[in-house]
Design a protein around this ligand. Structure first.
Ligand code: HEM
Ligand code: HEM
Length: 224
């Protein structure tokens, strides 16, 4: 079973991301004093050199996550195993949260900085919650259709169920089977809708984030 289709894998990533973002959220909600970093550490992190280092570190991690999508789409010789490219992408995509927290010292920023941070966080959370919901649906579908857990799509689960019922003709007449089939169709429809929305939204937010990062970096050098 592929890692990225395991429910607990995406749940663990979402929990990690939520924990990583709590201090940032806390300071945005005015709990800064409660969650503040020690003054000496915050002062050091806010120095220009360290801000540049943490900013570029976040950008390198974002670029590494993006290189995984190249791995999925092209035959470019990249040093990642093809089978686990999505799972590695999900882990690498979550890591910049830590770098960004150190980079911002827990400040949400203003104007374009704020827009950048919002886009970045939304891109990560849309992907994590989308994947978690998708995996939950696939797991439920697989249980209903009694197929191996971890099927890659609802269509394959529905096809597996249809093939099973065709092979066991008396089963398809058994009470409850028709209801199960209807439920499988309903969940498969839901999964299709989910897949039609979250990856596009994820990609859109990543694209917006890249534009904002470009302005952010230009701003740092031209309007220091
Ligand atoms: C800032 C970090 C991230 C960046 C820059 C990023 C970037 C991208 C890009 C460019 C794609 C499009 C790939 C394509 O269509 O060829 C993509 C797809 C994807 N991303 Fe991310 N991503 C990030 C974080 C995450 C996280 C945290 C997850 C965790 C769930 C994730 C899960 C996915 C998945 C599963 C796909 C494939 C969607 C599909 O099946 O069509 N990404 N990402
Ligand atoms: C994922 C990428 C990035 C995100 C989400 C991000 C986000 C932010 C945010 C929200 C702030 C404002 C913090 C505050 O008000 O205290 C900030 C400041 C800063 N960033 Fe970034 N940043 C990123 C990448 C970079 C990169 C690549 C550089 C390198 C040039 C950089 C350099 C700086 C500097 C020097 C500051 C302090 C000056 C200022 O407030 O404009 N950042 N960043």
């Amino acid at each position: 079973m592929k890692w990225e289709t395991r429910l607990h894998f995406s749940a663990a990533l979402l929990a990690t991301a939520t924990l990583a973002v709590l201090p940032l959220l806390g300071s945005a909600l005015g709990l800064a004093r409660l969650l503040a970093l020690p003054a000496s550490l915050a002062g050091w992190l806010a120095s220009r050199t360290v801000e540049l280092v943490t900013g570029y570190a976040a950008l390198v991690l974002v670029a590494a996550a993006m290189s995984l999508s190249l791995r999925l789409r092209t035959r470019m010789p990249l040093p990642y195993p093809r089978g686990s490219a999505r799972a590695i992408h999900m882990v690498l995509g979550t890591l910049p949260l830590a770098a960004v927290y150190l980079h911002t010292c827990g400040n949400w920023g203003v104007h374009l900085n704020r827009a950048l941070l919002n886009c970045f966080l939304l891109a990560v959370f849309v992907a994590l919650t989308g994947k978690l919901a998708e995996n939950g649906l696939l797991r439920r579908l697989a249980a209903l259709a009694c197929t191996a857990r971890g099927e890659r799509s609802a269509a394959t689960v529905a096809a597996a169920l249809a093939a099973k019922l065709a092979a066991q003709a008396p089963l398809s007449a058994a009470p409850g089977v028709a209801a199960r089939r209807v439920e499988v169709q309903r969940l498969a429809g839901l999964e299709r809708q989910l897949r039609a929305v979250w990856p596009r939204l994820h990609l859109l937010l990543v694209a917006a984030m890249l534009v904002l990062v470009a302005f952010h970096v230009l701003g740092v050098y031209f309007y220091p």
